[in-house]
Ligand binder design. Structure first.
Ligand SMILES: [Zn+2]
Ligand SMILES: [Zn+2]
Length: 266
């Protein structure tokens, strides 16, 4: 029997503009455009299961870090008729503040995370201000609470969480960053999250300056190409172009929720 494809949604919840090019690229030309960033969480679902991918930043951290929170990422799940209190599986691509906030708002969930990400976010690397800058202590503490509550699911490298949905450790941006490979009606697509912030990163081999290991980041671009059916099946983690290329999930959700399992118009 054919495997049922997943529907995949990106929910845009935040935005950051007025960026210097050096904030997006190592060795940027100071005269080039400094691209804006969008902030997303993602939903992967079909008849037998649903996965929320990342949990966004908290309202408090948006204020402290001067990020524009367009809507609360957890509340925004209700736009897809998802009750956060009933979500049973959350996949965390990594533990940066904009991906792993609000964990306390998923009281029924198990949290899928890489071994190396938890080790990274709670270990010696966090002695370095440069490496810990994009982490919030409260999120790391909350993740440890989930572990002690028996609600963490650890992954080490590649693993299958459901037929047609696999996780793959990339590292690079953080030590334990993972990406998702998802079976959809248009074939195998890859949710890259911060393995590639923008299209320009994986397409041009450029390096985002928030980085743990540059070589792993660059190898990660190769992995995106290997796992996806085509370059059009790779979805970067922060690119505002995603909202332009993919169709709205419903007409009234234009600019808020797009369907990533539909073909992009590039
Ligand atoms: Zn990140
Ligand atoms: Zn991010």
């Amino acid at each position: 029997m054919a495997m049922e494809p997943f529907q995949v949604f990106a929910i845009r919840y935040g935005h950051l503009g007025n960026r210097h090019p050096g904030q997006s690229y190592i060795l940027a030309d100071p005269h080039e455009y400094g691209p804006d960033l969008d902030y997303f969480i993602w939903v992967v679902r079909r008849s037998d299961g649903m996965f929320v991918v990342d949990t966004g930043f908290s309202a408090e951290s948006a204020i402290r870090r001067k990020r524009e929170q367009l809507r609360h990422p957890v509340d925004a799940l209700r736009l897809l008729d998802i009750d956060p209190e009933k979500v049973s599986n959350v996949i965390l691509t990594h533990l940066h503040y904009d991906h792993a906030g609000n964990l306390d708002q998923f009281p029924a969930a198990r949290f899928h995370v890489q071994d190396r990400e938890v080790a990274y976010a709670t270990g010696r690397s966090m002695c370095h201000p440069f490496l810990r800058e994009a982490f919030d202590l409260d999120n790391a503490l909350e993740m440890v609470r989930k572990i002690y509550a028996g609600r963490a699911v650890f992954h080490d490298g590649d693993s299958e969480v459901a037929p047609g949905l696999t996780l793959h450790r990339v590292g690079g941006h953080t030590a334990g960053l993972q990406i998702l490979r998802v079976w959809t009606e248009r074939g195998w697509m890859v949710l890259a999250a911060d393995a590639s912030h923008l299209y320009s990163h994986f397409e041009q081999g450029r390096v985002f300056p928030v980085v743990y290991n540059v070589a792993e980041m660059l190898e990660g671009y190769q992995l995106l190409y290997r796992l996806a059916d085509s370059p059009d099946h790779i979805v970067p983690g922060h690119d505002p172009l995603v909202m332009k290329y993919y169709p709205a999930a419903r007409p009234e959700l234009e600019g808020i929720v797009v369907r990533l399992d539909a073909p992009p118009s590039r």
